[in-house]
Design a protein around this ligand. Sequence first.
Ligand SMILES: [Zn+2]
Length: 83
Amino acid sequence: MRVGEEVKLIIITRRDIAQGEEITVSYGDEGYWARQNEKGLWCGCGASECKWSEEAVRARAGEAASVNGQGEEGRETEEGSMG
Ligand SMILES: [Zn+2]
């Protein structure tokens, strides 16, 4: 957030953070990366659980991320219907 001439950021955590511990911040599911992905830009953080890498986004869209004809190993989606 901007306060006067200064840009300030406040992060409130759900648990204590150790000194030197790496933290990450999600920009939100319908926020920054969703719009960037539409432009063909992907998150490059490298985290295996990242939802906004090109591979993760294409997997959610049902596109094969593989170039060798072998699909992604062991990745399945299970969507149970409620009610
Ligand atoms: Zn990422």
